[in-house]
Design a protein around this ligand. Structure first.
Ligand code: ADP
Ligand code: ZN
Length: 526
């Protein structure tokens, strides 16, 4: 059977078995069938695939799909084959025979869709091959990978500007689920889509409840979330390091939860097996690094939990977006603490690349911190980041439990002047722990060793608890009023903006640390 279709609606019904198009799908598909270029910004689960699959079926020739997701090509092709769509792929995992078979099928006009890894298209032999057959369209999936500003840059994508130069009459559709204004413009420019029509769907995912809590005992906090709100649910837990993936997965298994690890250090077969179990079995919890998830289509992921701070808002949005593709209520939960800020600053300082690159990483982190520390609706702030205006959602932690803010100018001054004194009077730098000990007037061995009980700020901060002080440090770091020194030891130093606090020319607004927000939030959900 062949799936070639005469109209887009026929293809939707007969091949995919759906009743109606969603959102902008009908307009996008018509535009591409008519030969126009399109840039499609649509959140995860929005239905981007049909936007090129159906035009590929309706137009004459083969739709060529550029995708970085080599590991998923087989699955995608199998899923299409099950619908009667003639699809194949060419990538580095294939042997010469299989490749030859796919090439023959393409040349014989027997393919509706051909998936290609981006590095293949720039190889002269591939381009020649494409020339000898008939190209219905080019689809550039995960188009944000072309952006150097974005969080997921793939150098191979830069070469895709050649598509337009070499095949100026073939329509191109670029698609992504994550794009700030800046990334959006960069995609347009780098892929030469100046004449493309832009289709920008709302990035709101109303069924996802966003929650960001102070990190205290992360594994326990996670366990409480799973037990009280997501017992038996499928979900993803993201950790920064492979080691913490392993530890967290083990911990959950010990607690009787069906959890599996996933990270790039695992054997490819183990990884594939774990991914397959997560997709097929009910109620599996995948504990993973961000190596997991792109292109994973599991509709009933009920929660995405982050045990470490994501590096950017785009990353956070994309990872949390894997929850609730089926539209049912889902949770995006993130625990973050002072240690996260320190660690990420250190990673940025030590990262390879030029100053501009480090600045970019810093700007990404700052935006993520601003989202964590906001006293306003999380969703509003998230959408504003993607250039979308909205009003308070009523379904995030800050809407359900409006955090109090308080005037933290005096504690900030106490803390900053301790840092100043250590630096100016003694030419010393210390990390947050020791500075807090000084403020609390603790006679630790280090305080004795350095004679820090002689400092005029020793013991002047007893109005706050240690946890509260850590919150102050974290928020000052987030607001750029304090910085982590680039010596790799996590010592604290002032910034240019600190002076304004010390000389009383600016006040410092801080978010009151909620003790535990989960209970009240839970009530509001049910
Ligand atoms: P995206 O690539 O934007 O994340 P997909 O293309 O994977 O989204 O689509 C998400 C889910 O929605 C898929 O299961 C898909 O089959 C389904 N879907 C897409 N369009 C429609 C439609 N018009 N009607 C019903 N289901 C749809
Ligand atoms: Zn809200």
């Amino acid at each position: 059977m062949t799936a070639a279709a005469s109209t887009e609606l026929e293809a939707l019904h007969r091949v995919f078995g759906y009743d109606a198009f969603r959102g902008d799908q009908a307009d996008i598909i018509r535009h591409v069938i008519d030969g126009g270029d399109a840039l499609v910004l649509m959140p995860t689960g929005g239905g981007k695939s049909l936007c090129y699959q159906i035009p590929a079926l309706v137009r004459e020739g083969t739709g060529v799909v550029i995708s970085p997701l080599i590991a998923l090509m087989q699955d995608q092709v199998d899923a299409l084959a099950a619908l009667g769509v003639r699809a194949a792929f060419l990538n580095s995992t294939q042997g010469p025979e299989e490749r030859a078979r796919v090439e023959c099928a393409y040349l014989a006009g027997e393919l509706d869709l051909l998936y290609l890894a981006p590095e293949r298209i720039t190889v002269a032999s591939t381009a020649d091959l494409l020339d000898r057959g008939r190209i219905a369209l080019f689809a550039i999936d995960e188009a944000h990978c072309v952006s150097q500003w974005g969080h997921d840059f793939r150098p191979d994508y830069l070469a895709l500007s050649m598509l337009h130069e070499r095949w100026p009459t073939v329509p191109r559709v670029a698609l992504t689920a994550t794009a700030t204004e800046q990334t959006h413009l960069e995609i347009q420019k780098r892929l030469q889509l100046e004449n493309a029509r832009h289709f920008v769907a709302s990035f709101d995912r109303p069924n996802i409840q966003y929650r960001i809590v102070p990190k205290d005992q992360p594994q326990k906090q996670l366990l409480e979330l799973l037990r009280t709100e997501h017992a038996g649910d499928a979900g993803i837990v993201y950790c920064l390091s492979r080691a913490s993936v392993e530890k967290t997965a083990e911990f959950l298994v010990e607690q009787g939860i069906l959890a599996l690890p996933y990270h790039a250090g695992l054997d490819a077969r183990v990884r594939a097996a774990n991914q397959a179990r997560f997709l097929r079995e009910d109620g599996m919890v995948m504990v993973a690094t961000i190596a997991f998830g792109m292109g994973i289509d599991k509709p009933d992921v009920r929660f995405v939990a982050h045990l470490d701070l994501p590096k950017s808002v785009e990353g956070y949005y994309q990872e949390t977006g894997r929850a609730g593709r089926d539209g049912m209520p889902s949770t995006a939960w993130l625990a973050y603490g002072l240690q996260d800020v320190m660690q990420q600053r250190r990673m940025i300082d030590q990262s390879e690349g030029d100053l501009a690159h480090r600045r970019r990483l810093s700007a990404h982190l700052d935006a993520m911190l601003a989202l964590c520390e906001t006293v306003q609706c999380r969703r509003m702030q998230l959408l504003a980041y993607f250039g979308e205006k909205s009003s308070p959602c009523g379904n995030c932690d800050t809407c359900l439990n409006p955090p109090e803010s308080w005037d933290g100018t005096i504690p900030a001054q106490k803390l900053l002047s301790t840092v100043v004194r250590l630096q100016r009077e003694r030419n010393q730098k210390f990390g947050a722990g020791h500075i807090i000990d000084i403020l609390l007037g603790r006679q630790t061995s280090r305080v004795d060793q350095y004679g820090h009980d002689d400092l005029s700020t020793f013991g002047i901060g007893t109005e706050l608890s240690e946890t509260e002080w850590r919150g102050v440090v974290r928020q000052l770091l987030a607001q750029g009023l304090l910085a982590v020194n680039s010596d790799g030891f996590g010592t604290l130093v002032l910034t240019d903006a600190s002076a304004g606090v010390l000389d009383n020319s600016r006040t410092v607004n801080l978010r009151r640390e909620p003790e535990r927000t989960t209970r009240a939030t839970r009530k509001a959900r049910s």
